[in-house]
Design a protein around this ligand. Structure first.
Ligand code: B12
Length: 298
């Protein structure tokens, strides 16, 4: 497994590169950062929150200080939106969980990036998602939810001034005969806000999804096959190096080719149980040690 420290360093490096590209409106550079992030197996939630989100915040600071114009900021936001879709298209998705979510922002809230990110993370987790874009009026939202089978409604609120409209959305949804689970998130939301009692108040998209899925009775911590293969590959490499083995010597001990070990370490080999058994024996660890998935970065 890549160490947490190395993982964070890679994320920071990619974030700086994306910032350099976005600052000058370099679309090709932006795409190559995302391609590289995916090649390094950076988790989609981390690409969204730290690499793309971190870059937008830094761009926002330049705008705030008057160092770039609104036109530059708009260009960055549009590019961010495109990159968010690239991550969705190129990442492994969990199989359908049969649940449907609606994601939007309340009237007045024109910041859409976080809502788009959250929609895509739900899709990657196996959800069916209706992403409505920004500024859906409370009554219309409730009408839409009652006419479609929706399990969860998620609202993103970035500005304080939009809290009232968010409360209106929540009230309209709660008044439905069969209300959905409601989840609100964003930097201005406080956990003990009495306006949002009976509502999930969350800031971090990953814990939000874990939380919602728990409430909906889904098994926690589901991972896709590709994520599992990536994680096994990282563990095999970490343990091999810790034992001072090169790929060739591990291959000999496990009775496989060196190329096979390389494929496994890069998450490109769909291992059989026998291969997993041989590799774990050669490394002197148990099979569960290899198949345990990565911890989150903070
Ligand atoms: C781009 C941008 C815009 C774009 C919006 C397009 C877009 N990208 O969506 C435009 C130009 C339209 C815009 C307009 C304005 N903006 Co603006 N904008 C930004 C900027 C630079 C980036 C926002 C962004 O996308 N961040 C990246 C995302 C990923 O981060 P995030 O939104 O915080 O979301 C994360 C979490 O909060 C959480 N989250 C958020 N929602 C949800 C929902 C759920 C369910 C969950 C689980 C999690 C979750 O998950 C995300 C990932 O970690 C920020 C600067 C910044 N520091 O963020 C300012 C910023 C948000 N804007 C600001 C302001 C003041 C405005 C304007 C009022 C400016 C003006 N005078 O017109 C208008 C208001 C428009 C409106 N009515 O909504 C302020 C807000 C300050 C405040 N809290 O009051 C900021 C912080 C800039 C600043 N430092 O002053 N903005």
């Amino acid at each position: 497994m890549v160490s947490d420290h190395k993982y964070k360093r890679t994320v920071n490096r990619l974030q700086k590169r994306l910032f350099d590209s976005m600052r000058v409106g370099d679309r090709t550079g932006g795409y190559s950062v995302i391609e590289e992030s995916l090649r390094y197996n950076i988790r989609p939630a981390d690409i969204y929150t730290y690499i793309i989100g971190g870059t937008l915040s830094a761009i926002g600071q330049l705008w705030h200080k008057g160092e770039i114009t609104v036109a530059h900021e708009h260009l960055s936001s549009q590019l961010a939106s495109n990159l968010i879709e690239v991550v969705l298209q190129k990442s492994p998705k969990l199989s359908s969980n049969g649940l449907r979510a609606v994601v939007t922002t309340p009237v007045g809230e024109r910041h859409w990036v976080a809502a788009q990110m959250f929609s895509n993370l739900l899709i990657l987790s196996g959800w069916e998602v209706d992403y409505l874009g920004t500024e859906t009026p409370g009554q219309d939202l409730a009408q839409y939810v009652s006419s479609t089978k929706v399990d969860v409604v998620a609202l993103s609120i970035i500005l304080d001034s939009n809290l009232n409209q968010a409360v209106d959305c929540v009230q309209n949804l709660k008044d439905l005969p069969d209300p959905p689970v409601i989840c609100v998130g964003g930097p201005v939301i406080k956990e003990n806000d009495e306006n949002f009692s009976d509502v999930f108040v969350v800031r971090d998209p990953v814990s939000a999804i874990d939380h919602i899925e728990k409430v909906m009775g889904l098994a926690p911590g589901r991972v896709s096959l590709q994520e599992m293969l990536n994680s096994i590959g990282e563990k095999v490499q970490e343990i091999r190096k810790a034992k001072g083995l090169n790929q060739e010597s591990l291959a000999k001990l496990a009775g496989v080719d060196r190329a096979y070990v390389s494929l496994v370490e890069n998450g490109k080999q769909n291992l059989t149980m026998a291969a997993l058994f041989n590799l774990s024996s050669a490394l002197g660890v148990t099979i569960p040690t290899l198949i345990q998935t990565n911890p989150e970065i903070e």
